[in-house]
Design a protein around this ligand. Sequence first.
Ligand code: AMP
Ligand code: GLY
Length: 424
Amino acid sequence: MNVLLIGSGGREHALAWKLAASPMLTKLYAAPGNPGIAQEAELVALDIADHAAVAAFCKDKGIDLVVVGPEGPLVVGIGDDLRATGIRVFGPSGKAAQLEGSKGFTKDLCARYGIPTAAYGRFDNAAGARAYVEKTGAPIVIKADGLAAGKGVTVAMTLDEALEAVDACFEGAFGGAGASVVVEEFMTGEEASFFCLCDGKTALPFGTAQDHKRVGDGDVGPNTGGMGAYSPAPVMTPELIDQTMREIIEPTMRGMTEMGAPFSGVLFAGLMLTDQGPKLIEYNTRFGDPECQVLMMRLKEDLLVLLNAAADGQLAHVSARWRDEAALTVVMAAAGYPGMPQKGSVISGIDKSEAACAQVFHAGTAVSDGKIVANGGRVLNVTATGRNVSEAQHKAYAAVDMLDWPEGFCRRDIGWRAVEREQQ
Ligand code: AMP
Ligand code: GLY
């Protein structure tokens, strides 16, 4: 099979690495890709926003499956436009991607189907949102409705902070994404990520993970796209997975089908494990980044077989088995991330790091004068497996220490919750 992978981050490098191992693969292309992905695929300079150009490339090269990594192209309907020309796609339709593209859409679906989630109000003007905030009190959570590159959520501990966040949204801090606002109840508990592969009818559980959103050790400092992750999430017991499937995932699949937008692709549920059971924080309609990196390290199956089955509505006939090991990834970021990451510093020692039994996925790199340089905020994902999270953590940091990149930094405590549990 010829496959086109869309995206350019660490998530896509991990997908490329796993797809390249498939005996079914003839040729892998990636657009736009990155220098790590170039080790597994031929990079093509396609304008992803130009769906007609992507379709023409697919016809020209005889592409049998397009795998879409990030949410942006999905929400604007790349899946619909390619399918309309007869090209097979792994990823949801634009309407189904509203589960990520509009927080209000998802909350309304939850309300209609009794899916456990935080109580909420949905507003298209500041006065209504402010009144709701004042009536409910703090702590409270303010969310821009649309895609805001992970920055549209304010967990407000005081009333003033909440009112400021409401005003910021309606004053355009998140552009069009903040023209509509969800205000919701503050939930407490441990967070976990739960993934399913979906084909419109069947949802196949596809692993658990936990990530670390704050930039600093001890979960302090500004939010980021994720500074590291591990899988499995020990807190997600088989009983909790069953409960999540029954109370959250299955009603979502039913609801999407009933509204004429059956969901296919990856459904990534961000969960809060509360005293009353798992509650949905939000959905993403793609793999997590860096959660995908740890999932791919543990997956025993041929990824291409599974993505094909999802694209063809055949997931009921396949299964997903996992290595009985933990995987952990440490994000190496460029100094200044998440604010103003410095670009252009030279990174060496990646080969030594990989020789230390790790997989180094490229997230934001470029080649300059024949050298690998930083070209983004999150730059490398140093990923290792072990008998448990403690061992995977030890191996990943040993590999991090083989890198020679003074301008890079990482958290030194990725996996701390699971390591604490293992030491009890
Ligand atoms: P999101 O972008 O929706 O994943 O939100 C980012 C982070 O905000 C989540 O990972 C949670 O830590 C936090 N968060 C979002 N919604 C809530 C909520 N209702 N209660 C408590 N924390 C929340
Ligand atoms: N790591 C969180 C995300 O991909 O949304």
